[in-house]
Design a protein around this ligand. Sequence first.
Ligand code: DP6
Length: 327
Amino acid sequence: MSKSLMATAQAPANIAFIKYWGKKDSGLRLPANDSISMNLGGINTTTTVEFDAQLLADEVIINGQPADERAYGRVVKFLDKIRQLASQDLKAKVTSQNSFPTGAGLASSASGFAALALAAVSALQLELSERELSQLARQGSGSACRSIPDGFAYWKTADNSVDSFAYSLHSADHWAISDVIALVDQSEKSTSSTDGHKSALTSPFFKTRIEEYLPTQLEKVKTALTQRNFKDFGQAIEEEALNLHAICLTSKPPAIYWNSATLSIIHSIRIWREEGLEAYFTIDAGPNVHVLVETKNAERLKTKLTELPEVEEVLIAQSAVGARVLS
Ligand code: DP6
């Protein structure tokens, strides 16, 4: 009797302190620059993959619903890569569940493709190293490669696929910092990050970002993380978020991800900081605001953010381990 080719894996979302924005190769998802992130505990995707000789086509269920055409196509393309690696052509049933509210405006592609990569590879009993798994997840969604290793991750750019993967800079318990996430708009974003990566290259500031600004900024964040220097860390990640959005605003076509709530939260954080609450923001390709604090201040910050009328919901995530097989 043949063994069941089925596995379940879980992977966290991650927040980038130095962002991945712009690709050298969009097919392979080779990033224009290195990036640094932290895995987000409790904000994750759990995915079961079962390869089955009875299936005539892949089936993809996300949060209890059949995947839309775009997501389905992306998952099938990714499964094809894994089938090629395993030299086989069985179709699969993929069932994926996010722990966070559906449509919360939180990127699910990182946790989604990291969990899918690990579940599919485990179902087929392929023996991949963490590094190979990270390279593979990267090809589903770039940021997914950072959800494979534990804790704080560093993703290297490279000119070829084999050398671009993420590894752990520090374990999850290296530093007790939290991401307090203020959700302000739970709808789909208007410019997908995949489109944003393309237009980034048209910003007149892109070259300066890559060649002059990022090399120093990456070092600043890396050093602050190693030394657990919260002030240096916070200043560097805020600077980086603003630099990224300067690229977005000056791309053709421009991508304006912020709304009035985003801006209002930014101003509040700056005021709270003057009042003694050390908190720093970062923002991805959407209007929600991620606020980094030392974990001892997370609940206090959550209360303050919840009191702002423009904030719909607040989540707290601490640094977490990377992708794991559950069964
Ligand atoms: C702004 O990983 O979603 O969150 O490779 O096209 O799937 P694709 O892009 P994606 O881009 C994430 C962009 C970002 C910054 C970051 O996480 O580094």
